[in-house]
Design a protein around this ligand. Structure first.
Ligand SMILES: [Zn+2]
Length: 259
């Protein structure tokens, strides 16, 4: 699979560390008729406070819907955009590490039911108690006319509220607090609940604090029209800057207030 190879190449070029021999974390997917193997891609950067083995996990899923008959679902926004942002973060953090160790996790089989995140946590390369937070990135490339990006999670983890407020103030785009609980989607007919929208739900399930960055559902979501041409490169760039800012502030918040 091209995306899988590409991400591993980038991890290697950046110089991310791996657990074991490579970046692959295989796990079984049980299908109706056949079992298959899926792969998370896991790399990490050592923190600057090595007496402290605490970890932040930055995640983005790299699988998409694949193809159905003649329809090809490219998944440019969902979630090549999140993966691109995560790789940008990995590059910056590899050059200027945080106090915490940072694991960069590209998950497989998210669209099938968050299986990659489940598998990562079930066979975590570090003790679960050391995982202090998850920053999950899913759909960062289409902010619409209003250039809106949402940051969710502080409702459940109020220790992040002042971080969220400061990020909203300083973000280079229109950053809003994501709604948890049901709210109207892009088309005003569907509802979305950011809590269960993506991989961070599995971290939340174990009580691991998360923050989640995402645009609202848009009309190309889960359609053949989710292509690279529909992305807004400037918006994606600013969304990646926002994600970096959030990650750096998460590191500071966790270091100053170990809860
Ligand atoms: Zn997604």
């Amino acid at each position: 699979m091209l995306a899988r190879q590409y991400i591993q190449d980038v991890y290697q070029n950046i110089g991310l560390l791996c657990f074991g021999d490579d970046y692959l974390q295989p796990f079984k997917l049980n299908g109706l008729f056949t079992d298959s193997t899926a792969y998370n891609l896991v790399g990490w950067v050592k923190g600057t406070a090595p007496e402290d083995e605490d970890v932040i996990v930055v995640s983005a899923h790299y699988d998409h819907l694949g193809s159905k008959g003649r329809r090809i679902y490219n998944g440019a926004d969902d979630n090549a955009s999140g993966v691109a942002a995560m790789l940008t973060l990995a590059k910056v953090i590899a050059h200027s590490p945080l106090q915490h160790h940072v694991i960069f996790l590209a998950t497989d089989a998210e669209e099938k039911g968050l299986y990659g995140a489940k598998a990562f946590l079930a066979q975590s390369p570090v003790p679960l108690d050391n995982i202090k937070a998850n920053l999950n990135l899913d759909m960062l490339g289409q902010g619409g006319k209003k250039r809106r990006l949402y940051l969710a999670g502080a409702k459940y983890y109020p220790q992040f509220q002042s971080l969220v407020d400061s990020a909203i103030r300083d973000a280079p785009l229109n950053l809003l607090q994501g709604h948890e609980g049901r709210a109207r989607g892009y088309d005003r007919k569907t509802t979305i609940d950011y809590r269960d929208a993506s991989d961070h739900a599995e971290f939340h399930e174990l009580g691991i604090p998360y923050l989640f960055l995402s645009v609202a559902d848009h009309r190309d979501y889960h359609t053949e029209h989710d292509t690279a041409e529909r992305l807004d490169p400037q918006f994606l760039h600013q969304a990646a800057q926002t994600a970096l800012m959030v990650l750096q502030r998460m590191d500071k918040t966790l270091a100053s207030d170990p809860f």
